[in-house]
Structures are given as structure tokens and as C-alpha cells.
Design a protein. Structure first.
Length: 336
């Protein structure tokens, strides 16, 4: 407060970059950055603070049971996205959304059904199906994403980094070919090995669209955008180089032309990280951020560690055996 007869000096807005943003750019930071991502209402903790935090979210879920409603309504997106920020003040505030959010704008009807997860009403299996897929125009299809990111950026006021995210082409293709989440991914594997041209045409549309989506999120306020290739570990190293890596590289190259420091990857195991570096995911503008859940503070790190070591090890072993390689490159629980 100012004394009578004096004029209060305006408060200076801090220009210090958020710790998470510095870490993703490969700069030395005093500690690993931490952020909390809400995934289908689960956070895996039973502490009092988390329980209170979870109860608040469950109240929203009871009033708005549709996940799509919660992720496509700006007011709800803001409320849910800011929950972790208000309770824990982490280093990053991530947009509450879903990797399949762009699908409706690409002429791919879907829903998220309680107890089933993602459901694609008309799974794509043929060249004619792929021809019906439109390229994504974010401003027309998901204006609520842009509005929410802009508000989030103002709300956290550079005290934390604002994160957005997109699905990688192969992961998105997996959902829409399988029709839902899958344990064995037999349908997309069949498509990949029997009609590779059809799958490549679909992957190309996703690569072009996701590059636009990253640029859109960056323009609207996202400082870091993750590219989730959740199902890349369902591919062997050789198949990853054919069906995922070229499209990740295309996305990175496209986005770097307009937003050099924006993309961030989330590869799940060592060989994927090594290949992803070839695509441009390195610490000079494109960094990987991982927090290994449940394995102690030592596991929270910037760099090339697996976000879920046990899951990663089993998936890598399966595919390495499948292509008759020795399963000697595995993720250890203490690093590499």
C-alpha cells in the first residue's frame, strides 16, 4: 500500500522463465521440475491432500459426467486445469484435454465412454476410409482449446510453464484403426503389414494436422507441447523407423520453422529415445521430460528415462523377440 499523498509504483511483471521451460531447453536447473497431469480422474495417491483434490474433481464429474464435455467447455477446462496449480503450485500447468480431441474436426466421430474409454464409431480400415479424413483446422474445430490456453497463460502469470499436448500420428492411427484401446493392436499391425500404403496415407494426414495443432497451441499460449506416442512401443525398432519416426521428424521440422523451442517428446524406452533424437528431439529446442511415477525422487528427471520402466521393459522385450533380436536393451528401474 502507498502512503497518503504518494503514488504507488506499478508492480513489475516477472520476466524470469519458468523452471520447467528452462529444463526442457536443456539449461541447468536447481532441481527437477514437477507437474501433475490429470488422466481420466486418477492420480494414484491416497494422501489427505490428494484425496481432497480428487474429491473436488469427482464433484465436477458428477455434475458433468461426459469427459468430452469437461474437456471441450472452456470454464470446465480452466477449473480442472488449475486444480493442481491452486493446490500444489507445480512447475507446469497442463491443459485438460485429450489426444483424440482433434478427431471430430478431421471427420472421425468418436466418444469417451465410461468404463470403455475411447470409442471410434467408424474405425478406418481401407483407402476409401482414409480419403474421408480431413486435415485439421484448429481455429475452426477446437476454438475452446485456444481460448483456454490463453486464459491459463494469463492466470499463472509466468510462475509456471503452460503445457499443451498432441497425439503422435502412429498412436492416433492405432486408436482409429482398432476402434478403441487395445491389448494386442492386431488390427493396426495387420494394416501396417498388409496395406502399408493405406497406413502411411493416414499417418501423413495426422502428421500435417498435428504440426498445425502444435503451432496453434503455441500461438495461443502453450510454452511446451508434448507429443505423446503412447503406443510406439508396440512397434519393433525397425517398424518404428518406418511407421512413426518419419512423421515425428516431419512434425518437428515443420514446427521448428515457426516455433523453434516448442515441441517436447515423451518416448518410453531407450531405443525409441535414440531414434527420436535423430528426428530432432534433443535438448537444443526439442526436449524430453519424464517423471517416473512411484520410483522415488531420484527418478524425476529431465532426459532419457522411461516414464514407466516395468511397462516399457515388457513391451520392448515382446517386440525384440518378435523380430528375433536379443532383448538386451531394456529399461532398468534405476536408469540405463
Amino acid at each position: 500500500t502507498s502512503r497518503p499523498g504518494t503514488v504507488a509504483e506499478p508492480q513489475a511483471v516477472s520476466t524470469t522463465k519458468p523452471l520447467l521451460l528452462n529444463a526442457v531447453r536443456g539449461q541447468d536447473v536447481e532441481r527437477p521440475p514437477v507437474w501433475l497431469m490429470r488422466q481420466a480422474g486418477r492420480d494414484g495417491s491416497h494422501s489427505y491432500t490428494f484425496s481432497f483434490f480428487e474429491q473436488s474433481y469427482q464433484m465436477i464429474c458428477e455434475k458433468h459426467p461426459s469427459i468430452r464435455e469437461r474437456s471441450e467447455n472452456v470454464d470446465l477446462v480452466m477449473e480442472i486445469s488449475l486444480h493442481p496449480w491452486k493446490v500444489f503450485k507445480p512447475d507446469g500447468v497442463i491443459l485438460f484435454s485429450d489426444i483424440l480431441t482433434p478427431l471430430s474436426g478431421m471427420n472421425i466421430p468418436f466418444d469417451i465412454v465410461k468404463g470403455k474409454g475411447h470409442v471410434i464409431f467408424n474405425p478406418l480400415r481401407t483407402s476409401a476410409d482414409v480419403d474421408l479424413v480431413r486435415e485439421f483446422v484448429p481455429d475452426e474445430s477446437v476454438p475452446y482449446v485456444g481460448e483456454a490456453l490463453t486464459i491459463l497463460r494469463k492466470e499463472v502469470d509466468n510462475q509456471a510453464a503452460v503445457l499443451g499436448f498432441v497425439g503422435a500420428p502412429f498412436t492416433l492411427a492405432s486408436y482409429i484403426v482398432e476402434g478403441s484401446s487395445s491389448k494386442h493392436f492386431s488390427k493396426i499391425k495387420r494394416l501396417a503389414f498388409s496395406q502399408p500404403k493405406v497406413l502411411h496415407a493416414l499417418l501423413q494426414k495426422f502428421a500435417t494436422s498435428m504440426a498445425k495443432y502444435i503451432q496453434y497451441q503455441a500461438d495461443k499460449g502453450a510454452q511446451v507441447v508434448q507429443i505423446f506416442d503412447s503406443w510406439a512401443t508396440e512397434l519393433s525398432p525397425v517398424d518404428f523407423e518406418e511407421f512413426s519416426l518419419p512423421y515425428l521428424k516431419q512434425i518437428v521440422d515443420t514446427v521448428k520453422q515457426t516455433h523453434p523451442p516448442i515441441p517436447s517428446s515423451n518416448p518410453l524406452c531407450k531405443w525409441i529415445w535414440r531414434l527420436a533424437r535423430e528426428a530432432g528431439f534433443d535438448r537444443s529446442g526439442c526436449g524430453q521430460l519424464g517423471l517416473n511415477n512411484g520410483h522415488g525422487r531420484r527418478q524425476a528427471t529431465i532426459g532419457t528415462r522411461c516414464s514407466s520402466p516395468r511397462k516399457c521393459r515388457s513391451r520392448c522385450s515382446f517386440w525384440l523377440k518378435r523380430v528375433h533380436h536379443q532383448p538386451d536393451q531394456r529399461c532398468s528401474e534405476e536408469g540405463w
